[in-house]
Each structure stands twice: as structure tokens, then as C-alpha cells.
Design a protein around this ligand. Structure first.
Ligand SMILES: [Zn+2]
Length: 263
């Protein structure tokens, strides 16, 4: 058990296995049921990293059926204190182009019925979530992305829809009119549950398409998304490597004490 520990967690697609050196897989039981898959433990740039494909290895869990609590709990069990979370996303703004990456700083929850807390009582716990993403890791991610030549947006708001359906034109226009940049189906409650466990969390949104409400945009298909994601997979892997490599060992943010004052 002793070496079944990791410092950094990555949620992502199955393309990331090849990043891990000396990898082996462990099955983690959680009080919330089974995580999406076994967790792969290995090293990147000399740091201990745990990798979990959030949709399962064979992509059997669509966004609305992912057991987010079990996935986060598994990371916590392994000792993870920082999570890097790449996601495939749609753009709600013309200047946020397919192939760009956004290091999100805000999130809007439009999901429904998902288990989004570890604190169902008896102790009432209200966790501050004004700033959902780790302020220490966001600039680290931006710098890493630029260093490999990715057009990077340092801020952006992600609206998270329930799925599995895509938005109507009216819904998409509404989100666009609100001034938000990115649309996705998995960021919530993943990002919030990390905060409840006092884990730092940083998102990298890989833009795969323009959402349907943008003037002139064709309705997005799952095939389009997969195509852009596949062609960018190598860049996302490079980005993860760079972020891990550059991640300061000491935490200077407040994420690690998110529960103090919450009760
Ligand atoms: Zn943090």
C-alpha cells in the first residue's frame, strides 16, 4: 500500500496512458461506489501522478452518468493534492477558436440532479466557491501551454450543461449573450468536489468546435468533436507534461484549507 500514493491527479482521455512512466493500475473502493475505471499510477517528470479516464477506458460513462464523487474520492485516497483536468469544449465566442485552449477561471452550473457534494449532513458545510479554480496553478498552466505554442486564453467562463444532448440555438445564444466563453458537460461537479476535498484543481479547455448559437456555426456533431480532439491529443499530452514539470512543490493557494470556516 505504501507506494500507492500520488501527488498530482489527471482526469482525461485514454490517450494519456502513454505519458506515465512505470505505470501500474490500482482499483480504489470508495464510499460513493466505483470510480470510472482503475487508476493508473506512474511518474511524469519525476513526479508521482495518478491518472483516471473520467469516462472510463472504453468511454462507457456519458457525462451525466459519471460517478464524480467516486472519481474525486479515489484521487483523495491516493493522496493527490493537485488535479489537472483537460476537457473537450465548445466555444461560445468567435475569438476563442477551435484548436485554442482556455485556462478557465469561472464556471456556471446548468446541470441537474447530479450528486455534487460530499456533505449531506449531519454537519452542515458551506464551502466558498467564488473562485473555483486554483489561483496558483492557473498561471502555471497558461505558461506551460504557451511554451508549446498553443494559443492560450488565460481566463474564461465555462457553462456546464447536463447533456447528453447539445444545446438548442436559443440556449446557446443565451449563454453567448451572457458573455461566457466555453461550453462543456463534465466540469461540474468535478471542479467543485475537488474543492470540497481541499484539492487544487485546474482546467484546460481544448476548444473542439463553435457552439451552435454562434452566427454561422453549423450544429456540432460528436464526430466533429472527436476529430479535433484526436488531432490535438498530442498537444494536450505535451501540455500536461509541461504543467507537471513546472508545478511548484509547495502550495501557496488557499485550496488546501477550503473547509476551515465552512462549518
Ligand atoms: Zn490551489
Amino acid at each position: 500500500m505504501a507506494d500507492e500514493r500520488a501527488e498530482i491527479g489527471v482526469f482525461g482521455g485514454s490517450g494519456f496512458y502513454s505519458l506515465l512512466e512505470n505505470a501500474r493500475e490500482v482499483w480504489i473502493e470508495t464510499p460513493y461506489g466505483a470510480p470510472s475505471d482503475r487508476v493508473a499510477l506512474g511518474e511524469i517528470a519525476g513526479r508521482k501522478v495518478a491518472f483516471l479516464p473520467r469516462h472510463g477506458k472504453d468511454h462507457r460513462f456519458p457525462p451525466q452518468t459519471i460517478n464524480y464523487r467516486a472519481n474525486l474520492w479515489a484521487m483523495k485516497e491516493l493522496g493527490v493534492t493537485r488535479i489537472i483536468a483537460p476537457t473537450a469544449c465548445g466555444s461560445l465566442k468567435k475569438e476563442v477558436e477551435p484548436g485554442h485552449m482556455v485556462v478557465a477561471d469561472q464556471v456556471v452550473d446548468r446541470t441537474t440532479g447530479r450528486h455534487d457534494t460530499f456533505y449531506d449532513g449531519p454537519i452542515t458545510t458551506h464551502v466558498s466557491f467564488a473562485d473555483p479554480y486554483c489561483p496558483q496553478l492557473r498561471p502555471v498552466a497558461s505558461t506551460a501551454l504557451r511554451s508549446i505554442g498553443v494559443t492560450t486564453h488565460d481566463t474564461g467562463t465555462i457553462v456546464v450543461i447536463q447533456g447528453p444532448r447539445f444545446s438548442t440555438r436559443a440556449e446557446s445564444k443565451w449563454f453567448q449573450d451572457a458573455g461566457w466563453e466555453v461550453i462543456n458537460m463534465t466540469q461540474y461537479p468535478e471542479c467543485y468536489l475537488a474543492r470540497e476535498l481541499e484539492i487544487c484543481y485546474v482546467n484546460i479547455s481544448l476548444i473542439t468546435d463553435y457552439d451552435v448559437g454562434l452566427a454561422g456555426a453549423q450544429p456540432v456533431t460528436h464526430e466533429d468533436v472527436l476529430k479535433v480532439f484526436a488531432s490535438n491529443n498530442e498537444r494536450v499530452k505535451q501540455a500536461i507534461y509541461k504543467i507537471v514539470e513546472a508545478m511548484p512543490t509547495e502550495r501557496t493557494c488557499g485550496c488546501g484549507s477550503a473547509l476551515s470556516g465552512a462549518r
